[in-house]
Design a protein around this ligand. Structure first.
Ligand SMILES: O=C(O)CCC(=O)C(=O)O
Length: 301
């Protein structure tokens, strides 16, 4: 039977609610030491590819910053980090207000070497032409694969900026550095101003950015090219569904009128097996979003 649960592997733990409140109030939160062993393993698995990666070619990407995408075929620990139950439970609470499903939007290493300059503050949600004062489209995370601090380029975050008008500039006293130990995670909103810091130490700072978005949006990193079926077939089913081999909303993303994940069934030939009742039930749970809500200017903070 086709199931239409947003994420099969996610259970909402009641203690997640205070985290959600903190995230919606401040626009960010840090959970210390959430997955220390996985972060160490991910760093070890990714380091050979990081060493081969080129530096950024523009100011935003950073002349002393190396980036890698298509992370899940490079690191099984990164796969586990992407499916961390605490993060997924939060994504569910934050994003399912506006979608029947959420998905992985982006996977990337951000590795700042000595001399990396502070990055311009920006909002990740600006990849979409929607005001950050309207709906929440993204819940990005940054896993610390090394320690993060103010000297090695720890991400700078502007608390509360998800409620600011576009033209408000942050002063240095309004910024914090996400100082955190290896294995901790910074979680923020698509509307939160942030940017990599400057690395004035000799050691690199390595972060793993994993972002989650509403299921009905185009993903920033093209997951079907980054993880084509012959690659994704080795991933666990929940990860395959998380990266988009799944409905993105009612009927969105079907293949042959069917659940796209069925392409991984060895003897799958179609025809459509979709369960209209489940899809319609998921659709019925979601309030219709009006254009004014999408582009709302909101109230200045
Ligand atoms: O490296 C960081 O801490 C943040 C990088 C970032 O926000 C970006 O490149 O979009």
């Amino acid at each position: 039977m086709t199931t239409f649960e947003p994420r099969m592997n996610t259970v909402i733990d009641p203690s997640i609610e205070p985290l959600k409140d903190a995230l919606l109030t401040d626009g960010y939160l840090i959970i210390e030491d959430l997955a220390v062993d996985l972060a160490r393993q991910a760093r070890a698995e990714l380091l050979p590819d990081i060493e081969q990666a080129p530096f950024g070619h523009d100011e935003f990407l950073g002349a002393k910053t190396k980036r890698l995408g298509a992370i899940f075929q490079r690191s099984t620990a990164a796969q586990a980090l992407a499916m961390h139950p605490t993060v997924l439970a939060l994504a569910k609470l934050i994003l399912l207000e506006y979608a029947t499903n959420y998905q992985l939007n982006f996977s990337g290493v951000m590795h700042l070497e000595h001399g990396a300059k502070a990055q311009v503050l920006h909002r990740d949600g600006d990849i979409y032409p929607l005001s950050h004062l309207g709906i929440t489209t993204l819940m990005p995370t940054m896993w610390a694969l090394t320690d993060f601090n103010a000297d090695n380029g720890g991400t700078r975050v502007v608390p509360g900026s998800h409620r600011w008008q576009d033209d408000r500039q942050a002063t240095s006293s309004e910024m914090i550095t996400a100082s955190m130990r290896q294995g901790s995670v910074l979680i923020y909103l698509g509307g939160t101003l942030h940017g990599g810091g400057a690395n004035i130490t000799q050691a690199p700072r390595t972060g793993l950015a994993l972002q989650y978005s509403l299921g009905w949006l185009r993903q920033e990193e093209n997951q079907y090219l980054a993880n084509p079926p012959h690659v994704a077939k080795s991933f666990p089913e929940p990860l395959r569904r998380l990266i988009g081999y799944h409905y993105g909303g009612s009927y969105l993303g079907f293949v042959n009128g069917d659940d796209p994940h069925r392409i991984f069934e060895p003897d799958y030939k179609g025809p459509a097996q979709r369960s209209t009742g489940e899809i319609d039930a998921a659709k019925a749970r979601l309030p219709r979003l009006s254009v004014s809500k999408l582009s709302s200017k909101g109230k200045p903070f």
